[in-house]
Design a protein around this ligand. Structure first.
Ligand SMILES: [Zn+2]
Ligand SMILES: [Zn+2]
Ligand SMILES: [Zn+2]
Length: 310
């Protein structure tokens, strides 16, 4: 009888060990999936229908900071479009659009009255979206940001201005993305800090001041314009759809950069599921991490193989 009791004890100890083991491995797997998911959500474009519709206090603050006078302000469903008159403190811009992209993310788009001679793309290094041949490094910014341009030497010269460097470093936690090209500026900021929006505008003004020192006055002459991929009509960079044919804006669904006519050389593809545009190298990087389309979430893993050989 005693040996039977001992057997029961040994047996239950074994069962407990097995149960604990299973529970642990399940939890580990959950954690792993969660990691991957959060990484992917960082690079997921804000295109899902559940996105935040309201306007935050910070957005309202930013609007009144840019323009007190409501006559120049156009109300949008997710934010505001503001016309900037001459003589205004931000008159480097002719128009500024601010929108609430998610609960804690604001997008700022500015149309410049002057031209930026080469593009600059600054990405927070926490956000992965694949590599391009245009990447370059600036020692003081390497820890926080990844930089891209076709004219790295020019930008390294601009980044000798310590005010610009400090501004970027001090806000590195909140600047997700900053982009300049031609007459266009776009920034994606996560805010829990009043003032970051105007900091982005000041950053652009500082950069323009430095460019002026290098090149003299930069005026709009022959710069490449965004055109609709479908009807070839000039595309208003403040709009999301073509005002002539209704096609969606020519932009890469992965990195969210606009696709200019000259970018077609850089291998632009359209997804087989929903027909959105993407840089080929970016959608390959994406599908290696997640077999689902970044736009419509359909499984398109079969397409990856095709892309890699074509
Ligand atoms: Zn069109
Ligand atoms: Zn891309
Ligand atoms: Zn799709």
């Amino acid at each position: 009888m005693e040996s039977f009791a001992i057997l029961v004890i040994i047996f239950s100890v074994i069962v407990i060990f097995i149960l604990v083991g299973i529970a642990r491995s399940v939890r580990k797997k959950e954690k792993y999936t969660k990691n991957i998911k959060s990484r992917i959500s960082e690079i997921t474009p804000k295109s899902d229908p559940t996105r935040y519709k309201g306007k935050s206090k910070i957005l309202e603050w930013l609007k009144s900071e840019i323009m007190e006078n409501n006559a120049n302000v156009l109300r949008l469903s997710k934010g505001y479009q503001i016309k900037i008159p001459r003589g205004h403190k931000y008159d480097l811009f002719s128009a500024i659009k601010i929108t609430q992209e998610s609960k804690k993310t604001i997008k700022i788009v500015g149309i410049l009255t002057k031209v930026i001679p080469s593009y600059l793309d600054i990405r927070n290094s926490k956000i992965l979206y694949g590599s391009t041949k245009d990447s370059f490094s600036v020692f003081d910014l390497d820890r926080d940001f990844k930089l891209y341009s076709t004219a790295p030497d020019m930008w390294r010269e601009i980044f000798t201005n310590s005010e610009i460097i400090n501004l970027l470093q001090n806000n590195s936690l909140h600047i997700q993305h900053y982009y300049l090209r031609g007459e266009y500026m776009e920034a994606l900021i996560s805010h829990n800090q009043v003032g970051l929006g105007t900091t982005i505008l000041s950053l652009t003004i500082l950069i323009h001041e430095e460019l002026k020192k290098l090149f003299g006055i930069l005026d709009s002459t022959e710069i490449e314009k965004l055109v609709c991929y479908n009807c070839q009509d000039p595309f208003d960079p403040l709009e999301e759809v073509c005002d002539k044919c209704g096609s969606s804006r020519p932009r890469c669904i992965v990195c969210l950069l606009d696709l200019y006519p000259s970018d077609i050389e850089r291998d632009v593809v359209t997804t087989p599921c929903c027909g959105v545009y993407a840089h080929k190298d970016h959608i390959i990087t994406w599908l290696k991490q997640d077999p689902r389309c970044p736009n419509c979430h359909k499984n398109i893993s079969h397409w990856l193989g095709q892309l890699q050989i074509s």
